[in-house]
Design a binder for this molecule. Structure first.
Ligand SMILES: Cc1cc2nc3c(=O)[nH]c(=O)nc-3n(C[C@H](O)[C@H](O)[C@H](O)COP(=O)(O)OP(=O)(O)OC[C@H]3O[C@@H](n4cnc5c(N)ncnc54)[C@H](O)[C@@H]3O)c2cc1C
Length: 440
């Protein structure tokens, strides 16, 4: 096994990793446990099966997912090629015919002369050679146990209880202020509420609707991790003793304690993305947006990642991985996809591509590559490696991952420029890495 790349998991990330490694000239053995062992969500034995929606995200030159799509087209991504070929009309989104999409990826992998597909469950990380772990949100129990034994419980989460994350630039800092409770270090953004404002917020909270999870996804709540909607259901005052408690916070100027306060905590080192503390939620996205925007100071908040509560399996990436997706303590092992801490089909494929390429290069003693920070993939992998490990939650492509545009311009224009900047930087990096570009 020492002279080949082993990829474990033939989903979005693993399929892309196998082809990226083979494209580098490496022999690849790809293990996929289906159909012998199915997951609760997969229905077929095809590689890169889309388990739920058929959308790979919004398109266009002001869209963060659109930038990642464009980067992946340049990189020769099989997932993007299959998506473009299997595209169905869906307004501004890249949606695909589910069957045709996974059939195309399956064929591309199976027909590659350097790739051998083995339909077996893997229960432990192979001891030799470069390995890409890409077993996704429904990693089999045997492998999950092995990972837990290897990295400790602390490093592997089995469910998401994520709160919405908003862009700093969309927070009204005329209404909100930096402070810590009881004058501790001012690391939090505070959005104070009067009683009247809290009453309006509470009304929105109690009429908001939850997503209906699959039966096997139903979570038992831990008392320390109760969704905000459940707190609201327990009574008008309950949130005031939980995430909206005002004690120890003084409003600058008046010096008075507000009736309620929502706190935001930074998600990334640069402080471009902030999550609402204690607002883990399983609300429908439209209702979540209405709820967030009912908070004074967040009326125009741009949500870059919605809160979710569902079953998942992912590593604590900032503790374990470098931006090249290799384990810091075991650099021959790479992680990709949802297991590595990203969210979404496209993000999974993109990290698979990078992990596969880097794993293959390690065979010939070449160093790992990390895309530039202005590119969406570069921003995403840097976030994985440097996010706050205490509250790490999976992340999707969004504009908070790349440096903000420095000049004041209308939002669409800023995004357009960030898109062009990111794509140019990615293209230049690919050329330096010796890549033949596959699209203009
Ligand atoms: C119910 C559900 C709904 C989702 N809906 C969406 C959605 O609508 N849109 C979206 O963008 N994302 C969605 N996701 C997240 C989605 O799973 C990812 O976006 C994407 O599939 C992740 O790609 P991946 O390669 O990391 O994992 P997967 O695509 O799940 O691939 C992992 C593969 O590894 C295999 N495997 C697992 N353990 C082993 C083992 N020990 N040995 C060998 N093979 C193994 C699995 O069979 C699977 O084929 C959803 C997830 C779930 C669970």
């Amino acid at each position: 096994m020492g002279d080949q790349v082993t990829v474990i998991g033939g989903g979005l990330a693993g399929s892309e990793a196998a082809l990226a490694a083979a494209r580098e000239g490496a022999r690849v053995r790809l293990y996929e446990m289906r159909p012998a062992r199915m997951t609760p969500a997969h229905r077929t034995e095809k590689l890169a099966e889309l388990v739920c929606s058929t959308s790979l995200g919004g398109e266009g030159e002001t869209n963060a997912k659109g930038l990642l799509q464009a980067e992946m087209r340049l990189a020769g991504s099989v997932v993007m090629a299959a998506a473009d070929a299997a595209r169905i009309p869906a307004g501004g989104a890249l949606a695909v015919d589910r069957e045709e999409f996974s059939e195309r990826v399956t064929r591309a992998v199976a027909e590659h002369p350097l790739i051998e597909v083995v339909r077996e469950e893997v229960a432990a990380i192979p001891e030799e050679g470069p390995v890409v772990l890409a077993t996704g949100p429904l990693t089999s129990d045997a492998l999950a146990d092995h990972l837990r034994g290897r990295f400790g419980d602390h490093f592997l989460a089995f469910y998401d209880a994520a709160a919405p994350v908003v862009l700093f630039e969309s927070i009204d800092m005329e209404k909100c202020f930096f402070a810590g409770r009881y004058d501790q270090s001012p690391d939090y953004i505070n959005c104070p509420m009067t009683e009247e404002e809290y009453r309006r917020f509470y009304e929105v909270l109690t009429r908001a609707r939850r997503h209906t999870p699959h039966e096997w996804e139903e979570l038992a709540f831990f008392e320390g991790c109760i969704p905000i909607e459940e707190l609201g259901r327990r009574g008008y005052r309950t949130p005031l003793f939980g995430p909206l408690k005002p004690v120890g916070i003084r409003v600058p100027g008046s010096g008075r304690e507000p009736f309620a306060v929502v706190q935001l905590r930074r998600e990334d080192r640069a402080g471009r993305m902030w999550s609402l503390v204690g607002f883990q939620t399983g609300l429908k996205w439209g209702d979540q947006k209405e709820l967030v925007r009912a908070i004074p100071g967040l009326e125009r908040a741009e949500i870059v990642r919605y809160g979710v509560m569902h079953r998942n399996t992912y590593l604590n990436a900032p503790r374990l991985l470098g931006p090249d997706l290799a384990f810091r303590e075991e650099p021959r092992v790479f992680a990709a996809g949802v297991l590595a801490g990203v969210e979404g089909y496209l993000e999974s494929a993109a990290t698979g591509w990078l992990a596969g390429k880097n794993a293959a290069r390690s065979l010939s003693g070449m160093g790992s590559g990390v895309p530039p920070e202005a590119s969406m993939l570069g921003g995403l992998v840097r976030f994985l490696a440097s996010a706050n490990p205490e509250n790490f939650q999976p992340m999707n492509a969004n504009w908070g991952l790349v440096p903000a545009w420095p000049d004041k311009l209308p939002k669409k224009e800023r995004r357009r420029r960030m898109f062009a900047r990111g794509l140019a930087a990615f293209k230049e990096w690919l050329a330096r890495e010796g890549y033949a570009l596959t699209a203009a």
